[in-house]
Design a protein around this ligand. Sequence first.
Ligand SMILES: Nc1nc2c(c(=O)[nH]1)N[C@H]1C(S)=C(S)[C@@H](COP(=O)(O)OP(=O)(O)OC[C@H]3O[C@@H](n4cnc5c(N)ncnc54)[C@H](O)[C@@H]3O)O[C@H]1N2
Ligand code: MOO
Length: 443
Amino acid sequence: MTTDRHGHHHDHQADACATEAPGRRYWTVDEHLADVLAAVTPLPPIELQLLDAQGCRLAEDVPAGSDLPPFDNSSMDGYAVRTADTVNATERYPSVLAVVGEVAAGAGVLPAVGPGQAVRIMTGAPVPPGAEAVVPVEWTDGGAGTGEAARAMAPARPGEEVRVRQEAREGAHIRRRGSDIAAGSTVLLADTLLGPTQLGLLAAIGRASVTVRPRPRVVVLSTGSELVPPGEPVGPGQIWDSNSFTLTAAAQQAGAIAYRVGGVPDDAERLRAVLDDQLGRADLIVTSGGVSVGAYDVVKDVFEDYAGMDFRTLRMQPGKPQGFGRLGGPDGVPLLALPGNPVSAYISFELFVRPVIRTMLGAADVHRPRVLAVCTAALRSPAGRRQFLRGRYLADQGAVEPVGGASSHLVGALARADCLIVVPERTEAVAAGTVVDVVLLRD
Ligand SMILES: Nc1nc2c(c(=O)[nH]1)N[C@H]1C(S)=C(S)[C@@H](COP(=O)(O)OP(=O)(O)OC[C@H]3O[C@@H](n4cnc5c(N)ncnc54)[C@H](O)[C@@H]3O)O[C@H]1N2
Ligand code: MOO
């Protein structure tokens, strides 16, 4: 046992539970998590089109092939001029320049600016040869011949003159080639998380695809003959399948591409057929239900046929029965079989499946953040099992408030909770005001 800076005691060892069957092996949460994580590695990098790579981590250092901007260009609509021609220009005594041409963004052929001349130029257009600065149209009469300040450029006219009413300094309103990114420099480092601005930068340097760690493809299915998809009527004894929605959404939130297969009845043939069908598109399979000791828990039998699966009892509440392994031996698809009770399934996902998905993604942060908080109410917990109670974290008070009871069917309270209160194996009672460990379930 250790004591933290809040004077709270933490148990690192689990005592045997009074209800444990003698001679039977039980695993702690930490042992199970370590075994599950030891079985997965980051997925090998793949090349993806930019928009498919959103949310992925780069698997390469990305160099710029060329300068950005690729050429000197104007940051204003106005006139490209030689600075000597604007010296001493004022409102009263403007410089009068001959307008010899026009360049718009995208122009390939550029008119040269000679002494006493100006070229109309638009934002983003290449600066023509001879020009040393751009004067914004607001500093001119816009070619109207009135000497009045212009708010917009008039259409070009033959023999047009422009009155420039301010001096332009060398380089004014010119965005220099390479001022953003120099050719050959590294613009993004491997491991960078790709979001809108990083994808935009890749496009800006001309990349159409990029090498990333892919999102794991996670197939989610729930088992149970009582399950009916929401939207369809339920008969006597039937319930709507909620686990496949919780788990698919949770897998997406963790960064996976998740496929909800939905409910499969407790029928070995059907389950085998669904699994065979899904194996090809899955990096990971997550199931719920059928892992306990019930008469219709065919899931275990079916998985055991594939070999490489292990069913365990954990010193944990909820989430006691767990299955994991690879379907079809050491090189098969990893599978986590979670208990069917909805709260058990979700908490098992957060504690075991989320770290697996994050590991496959190559993420640095595979676990949910943990904090210490003062528990606002007294709690009871079974001996020998690490309990995960639902709570609401009151960040401003450094406190946590329990929500609902400990039973693993309470989905109403689960949906109001935003954290889990962790009660160690040896602790059977927590007094109000005690500091407890809290797992935050927010992003
Ligand atoms: N004699 C014993 N009975 C049970 C034990 C035990 O040790 N001895 N363990 C209990 C614990 S703890 C759990 S957790 C459950 C796990 O059971 P299964 O994984 O076999 O799950 P099911 O029996 O299929 O379902 C349990 C419960 O959850 C409901 N459920 C299942 N799937 C869904 C779904 N997709 N959406 C909504 N609800 C679902 C199901 O109807 C049951 O009510 O076993 C205990 N029993
Ligand atoms: O351990 Mo079970 O997972 O309580 O509901």
